[in-house]
Design a protein around this ligand. Structure first.
Ligand SMILES: Nc1ncnc2c1ncn2[C@@H]1O[C@H](COP(=O)(O)OP(=O)(O)OP(=O)(O)O)[C@@H](O)[C@H]1O
Length: 412
């Protein structure tokens, strides 16, 4: 804190008894003048202290207002359309309602431009300007320039790998073949099956193999996390893809935005519908798809709205099931290839035992086995470690959380 300068010295009146009256009068006059001077100086000081006080009071008021704004439970998202003398016109996301409203006192009006995204409270007053860091587009999409997953990393689903390659890789690498034969390549590929079976890996591996970028968007996040912005984000997704060709778009949990229509008329459903309609229109308007391929995945095939399965949309359906015993053996190989596994470990027998395990479950099992070795301060993973891991994961299953990846009895 800065120290205030010291106060002016109090004038001292020194009257000598030997002074004449005239001298005395002059000394008194000088003294009065100095007193007036000091008084003026003190007045000035008081004035600036008052000014500072007023400034601080205003700062406190602003902080209080900010605090109130922060305490308000939740905000809605809107886009600024126009700044007028009467206030600001915003359009609320989700219901597209246009509102003429005001800024909270904490907002610097000059810092706002039409097109900015803002957070508004229940009374529509603009509370915060959303900057790039809170930009939903960046948060909602995972963009991987060049994924590193290869087909060799995926076990037990060779037939599915072949089908995906045919539907996605061929049109990207050999578009003229389709032209010569006179058929349109499949529009979108839908991978369906239980969680943790390698659907995401498969999409990443295709992107890797074709030197394409990979853009992932999760359907559940579109409707749960970015409420009111689903349709806009879908539009952005395709725009971003067009900027980055060649690209593989991967829409995970597509059931969240493309489930069968329900009778309920809640706004949540309307929002989901709007997001799905946007997705369909993007796919339909995508005749000359160039070097963009679309793969979607779901664990809930039974929930899907048939509209998304029509020709020209997701018209290549590929089931990705849990692996059979040979597949499990191959996945065990993949996940133990960098592990220091003891000679006593019988991976064939283990593969037999892991009935109903998904690829993700097998990956967890191998990690768990490694953890048992580390806990024992060993660098070699033994048969006993695998058994202990198997038992531990079986207990997780029994305790009701489902087999490790949480998959119980979905209809897919
Ligand atoms: N077929 C497989 N081969 C090898 N590893 C696999 C396989 N399937 C799953 N895994 C392992 O499980 C992890 C998760 O798999 P992935 O995300 O591809 O599953 P998913 O089918 O997309 O699951 P979800 O439906 O839950 O999104 C992978 O990173 C990998 O370690």
């Amino acid at each position: 804190m800065s120290r205030s300068p010291s106060l002016p010295e109090r004038p001292h009146l020194d009257l000598d008894p030997d002074m004449s009256d005239a001298e005395r009068l002059s000394a008194l006059r000088q003294h009065v003048e100095r007193m007036i001077e000091v008084n003026r100086e003190l007045d000035q000081r008081l004035q600036s202290a008052d000014d500072r006080h007023a400034e601080l009071v205003e700062e406190v008021e602003q902080m209080k207002a900010r605090n109130e704004a922060l305490k308000t439970a939740s905000y809605y998202i809107a886009t600024v359309e126009e700044l007028t003398d009467d206030g600001v016109i915003i359009k609320q996301h989700g219901n597209n309602q246009e509102v003429l409203t005001e800024f909270a006192p904490t907002i610097d009006r000059d810092a706002i431009e039409p097109g900015d995204r803002v957070a508004i409270n229940d009374s529509f007053a603009v509370q915060t300007i959303l900057d790039d860091e809170t930009d939903a587009r960046a948060q909602a999409m995972e963009v991987v320039e060049s994924p590193t997953v290869t087909y060799d990393d995926i076990g037990g689903i060779d037939e599915q790998v072949r089908e995906v390659r045919e539907a996605v890789e061929q049109p990207l690498e050999n578009p003229e073949m389709f032209e010569k034969v006179g058929i349109d390549p499949p529009s979108g590929v839908l991978l369906y099956g239980p969680p943790g079976t390698g659907k995401t890996m498969l999409a990443k591996a295709v992107a890797n193999e074709t030197n394409a970028s990979f853009i992932k968007m999760a359907g559940s996040e579109l409707v749960q996390k970015f409420i009111g912005e689903g349709a806009r984000l879908v539009r952005d997704l395709f725009k971003l893809a067009a900027e980055r060709e060649p690209v593989v778009i991967f829409i995970d949990e597509i059931d969240a935005v493309a489930s069968k229509r329900t009778d309920s008329k809640t706004s949540g459903d309307a929002e989901v519908q709007r997001t799905m309609m946007q997705l369909l229109s993007e796919m339909d308007g995508f005749d000359d798809r160039g070097e963009i391929r679309i793969i979607a995945a779901t664990n809930r095939f039974d929930m899907l709205d048939e509209a998304i399965l029509r020709p020209g949309r997701f018209d290549r359906l590929i089931e990705v099931p849990k692996p059979a015993v040979e597949g499990r053996r191959r996945i065990l190989d993949i996940h133990t290839r960098d592990m220091n596994v003891a000679d006593d470990v019988d991976l064939d027998a283990l593969a037999e035992e892991l009935d109903d395990y998904s690829g993700a479950d097998i990956a967890s099992l191998t990690t768990e086995a490694g953890m048992f070795a580390i806990r024992d301060e060993r660098t070699e993973v033994t048969e006993a470690d695998f058994e202990a891991a198997h038992e531990k994961l079986a207990n997780v299953e029994e305790s009701g959380t489902g087999p490790i990846s949480g998959f119980t009895d979905y209809q897919y």
